[in-house]
Design a protein around this ligand. Structure first.
Ligand SMILES: Nc1nc2c(ncn2[C@@H]2O[C@H](COP(=O)(O)OP(=O)(O)OP(=O)(O)O)[C@@H](O)[C@H]2O)c(=O)[nH]1
Length: 307
């Protein structure tokens, strides 16, 4: 089955995410691709939904941030979209205060992770805001930096008011934080679609595979077990796995029990919860430097193969 591409549009409040989305939708429609949009806003009413034309499926997640309070709602909306429409791509516009790891996490429900192909995180940076970042609280500055560090593509936007010297200084700063991401300077978030589409990200992925140690971007890996797994071996795997795996979630069944468990792992803490329904045994991993082949082999080794 063809997977649906997912793009996460990240960036601080007012950086130009909606402007970029409009540019992208115009270009996607010219290519006759079927696109859907999920917009997340902190307020109770949507401000930006008019930016999306009526013929584009749109789901709005209001009054909270998908990276924390309404993470579950994003899963529901994504699932519904996959059922209702035949899509080529889904663009998710996050709130300005969303944390990239948590958003990626919210997109990757083990129930449908195999149907989605998260192509990457595109972060917009408001050039002026970046220059004035010392006016922000420490937490927000940290967030601004995290949004840049984890991006696959950074658009340094609103460069219209900058001098050439200022531009060069900001480019150096951003490249210092994210040397492997692609960086483009934009005005009104104008960028050809081909610069941010699968070919670009795909090429980079290929590049990453051959330079794994240099890859600093968030990636996911989806593993489906066909047999129950050995608890001791699985816990050994958890103890020994690289600390660049930030998050694991999904469903597993152990050889010592007939029950299914919802498994959650974040910041070093594993959690097992009994599930009422028997689920497909799928685990989603999120982290940096994910070596898919090694993970696949290590996870296959914790399965108990019945004869
Ligand atoms: N001068 C200038 N203004 C811009 C540029 N890009 C976007 N804007 C304006 O900046 C404002 C905010 O842009 P949006 O696209 O709404 O930003 P956003 O990131 O979606 O904002 P939130 O949803 O509030 O987080 C709008 O008034 C845009 O027209 C640019 O390159 N230069």
């Amino acid at each position: 089955m063809k997977k649906v591409d997912v793009y996460i549009l990240s960036g601080f409040l007012g950086a130009g995410k909606t402007t970029l989305l409009q540019n992208i939708l115009t270009q996607e429609h010219q290519k006759n691709r079927k696109i859907a949009v999920i917009m997340n806003e902190l307020g109770e009413t949507s401000i930006d939904s008019d930016a999306v034309s009526k013929d584009t499926p749109l789901k709005e997640l209001l009054n909270g941030c998908v990276c924390c309070t309404i993470q579950g709602q994003l899963e529901v909306q994504l699932n519904q979209m996959l059922h209702e429409y035949e899509l080529d791509a889904i663009y998710i516009e996050t709130t300005g205060v969303a944390h990239p790891i948590e958003v990626l996490d919210a997109c990757l429900s083990p129930l449908f992770a195999e149907k989605l192909d998260v192509k990457g995180i595109i972060t917009l940076v408001d050039a002026k805001r970046w220059q004035d970042q010392e006016k922000l609280s420490i937490q927000l500055r940290k967030l601004l930096i995290e949004q840049v560090t984890h991006a696959d593509i950074v658009l340094l936007n609103k460069t219209d008011s900058l001098s050439e010297n200022e531009k060069a200084k900001l480019v150096a700063e951003i490249q210092g934080l994210n040397p492997n991401g692609k960086l483009y300077m934009t005005e009104h978030a104008k960028i050809p679609l081909s610069f941010i589409q699968p070919k670009q990200l795909g090429e980079k992925k290929h590049h990453e595979q051959s330079h794994v140690s240099k890859n600093l971007h968030l990636r996911s890996y989806v593993h489906t077990f066909t047999n129950p797994i050995d608890l001791d071996q699985f816990e050994k795997f958890l103890r020994e796995m690289p600390d660049t795996i930030y998050r694991i979630k999904g469903y597993i069944t152990f050889s010592h029990s007939t029950e299914s468990f919802l498994f959650q792992y974040s910041y070093g803490m594993p959690l097992y919860m009994k599930e009422q329904i028997k689920r497909k045994q799928t685990l989603v991993f999120i982290g940096e430097n994910l070596d898919h082949e090694t993970l696949k082999q290590q996870l296959a080794a914790v399965e108990i193969v019945s004869n």
